[in-house]
Design a protein around this ligand. Structure first.
Ligand code: HEM
Length: 138
């Protein structure tokens, strides 16, 4: 019989996934809006929109990071397979790459660097989601 309840575990995973939705989902939205923002012909509008996204994206990344550490304390890591640890390790590296690439993307003034790091951060975040579900539903 499948049951449902809202426990502290539910809140932990809810906050982890919600913050990830903002971090990665927001990048999908920014990508979709960019051509429209550029086409509006308003000087600096894409940059203003990107800065507005950053004001929610970085707090979301921080919440994903801290709930991730909380996750580690709640998962009995001593009782996991080598494969679980390897997938967690790769996911953690991708999370760090996602954050670092997004930061370089935000501060760089070179279009080539901005483009490359924007793509890298985006893809790293998406693969981190897949590996996150591999950890919990694998
Ligand atoms: C952009 C950053 C991150 C993304 C996209 C992400 C994504 C995910 C997803 C989608 C899940 C599965 C949740 C579910 O099954 O409902 C998950 C679980 C997990 N994440 Fe993350 N995560 C991120 C950051 C982190 C960080 C920084 C850590 C560790 C420091 C971490 C540790 C974990 C752990 C241990 C689980 C398994 C939780 C459990 O089994 O209860 N995550 N993550």
């Amino acid at each position: 019989m499948r049951d449902a309840s809202i426990s502290l575990d539910t809140i932990r995973i809810f906050l982890h996934v919600l913050s990830v939705c903002v971090w990665v989902g927001g990048q999908f939205v920014m990508l979709a809006l960019l051509p429209v923002l550029r086409g509006a012909g308003v000087e600096g509008l894409p940059k203003q929109a990107a800065q507005a996204f950053q004001r929610v994206a970085w707090p979301a990344f921080a919440v994903a990071f801290f709930t991730g550490i909380w996750n580690i304390f709640e998962v009995d890591m001593a009782n996991t397979t080598t494969r679980y640890s390897v997938i967690f390790g790769i996911k953690f590296l991708l999370v760090v790459a996602s954050g670092a690439a997004a930061w370089v993307h935000a501060v760089s003034t070179k279009p080539a660097i901005k483009g490359m790091t924007g793509g890298l951060g985006f893809v790293a975040g998406i693969v981190a989601i897949l590996l996150g579900f591999a950890l919990t539903h694998g």
